[in-house]
Design a protein around this ligand. Structure first.
Ligand code: ZN
Length: 490
């Protein structure tokens, strides 16, 4: 697991730990075209011109991504025109920009045809996931620049290896699914005068995301293909259009085999996309998503988007994105109709990431405990509220293989194995929050969580933020707890 063999890294880098893996399932061969939205043409759709966000002298609040993408479903290619209107929100004049380009981690995975900054073609270097663009002109604070790219994505086959050795792969295609995750180049956050782009590790996530606005136009050259996305779709002449404000990672998933269930929760639509014969577990995913959304809105604050989409992954892992999560295929297979299931608590977990990952982001490589601890403890709150009779079961089943003898505040890459990573960031985190809650009391504990979310919405939280806001809510001494969990002085 420690080799830095490139091929091995490519196999596992796109996966991450949001759930314990499960055994593989038999695939369902039967296909039912679900033409919920019929495209007007069966021929490949010519790429239309990128909608140029109108450059403005007024500094933008957030970066704006305008993306026109056409998926060749059978050919496993995506043609993309992308415009990034990026504001310099720092106090320094910038001389370069760094973009993350994850598809370039596959050979021929990313073919760049055009790149310009403010309509002028520009030189760049592209090495692994790092696209470095030295700017021709000084980029002053509170000014915007427009980066335009045109490229082809050659999607890799998302080969699923032995789950005990390698993590599930999500980006790319399987026999019955195309998943576009971290598929477009994006400007990474800047902190302390340094662009923030950690290297991928064998497990866990590694990206850090600024909040940005998305205007995505997507089409597929196969009218039987159903598309799930990070936002509600509007049907256009050529496909679908999506608008998503203040989000971290816009995701699309396409399959000719998807069925979909949905339910309205206030002004939010919750979707559960799934494969034939999985109606019952798909209904549980929908039910848990609805109930978790309602619960977390009460505890943490308002959900930030108008849709929440769960998709049955064609792989055994759960993963969160903006307004969207994949649920492990294996958990659909093992669902037994009760609440005492991985399907149930991992769904509650992934929904919680819409507050901690999406609304309040964090450095997933170096402080993964911030979102994973809170997402895991949210499972506890879900059971406490809806299935108190199963709470003890959850502590036992969820904390399987829990080893308390590790620091909670480890970077992903400091863990010797994925299991150890789950144990330190997820399980140890849940135990820490349980002890903290018992010590300071429910009133202070929940007021803290609410304010933590409120104050850091659209921002990238740090461990320092966590403890600063916590101490604003209690005078109770909890230092004897933190010294047992945290390597850093807290
Ligand atoms: Zn997670």
């Amino acid at each position: 697991m420690k080799t830095k063999n490139t091929f091995f890294l490519v196999i596992i880098l796109l996966t991450s730990a949001c759930s314990a893996s499960d055994k593989s399932s038999d695939s369902v061969e039967e296909k039912t075209p679900i033409a919920s939205i019929v495209l007007p043409t069966e021929t490949p759709i010519p790429l239309t011109k990128t909608p140029a966000p109108v450059p403005t002298a007024i500094p933008l609040e957030r970066a704006q991504y305008g993306i026109y993408a056409t998926l060749d479903y059978a050919g496993k290619k995506v043609e993309v025109e992308e415009s990034i209107l990026y504001p310099n929100k720092s106090t320094e004049t910038l001389s370069d920009i760094l973009l993350a380009v994850e598809p370039n981690l596959w050979a021929n995975g990313f073919l760049l045809h055009e790149l310009s900054v403010d309509s002028v073609p520009i030189n760049y270097s592209l090495e692994g996931q790092r696209m470095h663009i030295p700017l021709n002109e000084p980029f002053e604070p509170n000014k915007n620049i427009e980066i335009k790219l045109r490229y082809t994505l050659n999607l890799p086959f998302a080969e699923q290896g032995d789950p005990s050795l390698v993590r599930a792969r999500i980006y790319g295609y399987t026999d019955r699914q195309v998943n576009l995750t971290n598929w477009y180049p994006f400007v990474v956050p800047r902190k302390d005068s340094v662009w923030q782009l950690p290297n991928p590790w064998y497990f866990g996530e590694h990206f850090i995301y600024d909040a940005a606005d998305y205007d995505v136009h997507f089409s597929v050259n196969d009218e039987t293909v159903v598309v799930a996305a990070s936002a509600k779709a509007e049907t256009t002449a050529q496909g679908w259009a999506y608008q998503l404000k203040s989000a971290r990672a816009f995701v699309l998933s396409a399959s000719p085999d998807y069925k979909v269930l949905s339910q309205e929760v206030g002004d939010v639509t919750v979707y559960s996309y799934y494969y034939l014969l999985f109606d019952i577990p798909a209904q549980e995913v929908l039910n848990v998503s609805v109930k978790a959304l309602q619960l977390y809105e009460q505890i943490y604050g308002e959900y930030s988007h108008k849709s929440l989409t769960a998709v049955q992954g064609d792989f055994n892992d759960g993963m969160e994105y903006s307004g969207f999560y994949f649920q492990s295929n294996g958990f659909y297979n093992t669902y037994d109709g009760t609440a005492q299931n991985y399907l149930t608590f991992v769904s509650a977990h992934e929904v919680a990431h819409q507050w901690f990952f999406e609304s309040v982001a964090n450095d997933q490589a170096n402080e993964p405990w911030l979102d994973e601890m809170l997402a895991t403890y949210s499972e506890r709150l879900y059971y406490e509220t809806y299935h108190p009779e199963a709470l003890n079961w959850w502590w036992q089943a969820r904390m399987f293989d829990y080893s308390p003898n590790a620091w909670l505040d480890l970077a992903v890459s400091e863990n010797p194995s994925e299991r150890a990573y789950w144990s330190s960031s997820y399980f140890h985190g849940a135990h820490f929050l349980e002890e903290l809650r018992t010590r300071i009391g429910d009133e202070a504990f929940f007021a803290f969580l609410y304010d933590y979310h409120l104050e850091l919405t659209e921002k990238i939280a740090t461990g320092d933020d966590f403890f600063r806001i916590l101490r604003e809510h209690t005078d109770v001494d909890f230092s004897d707890i933190t010294v047992r969990y945290f390597r850093a002085a807290r």
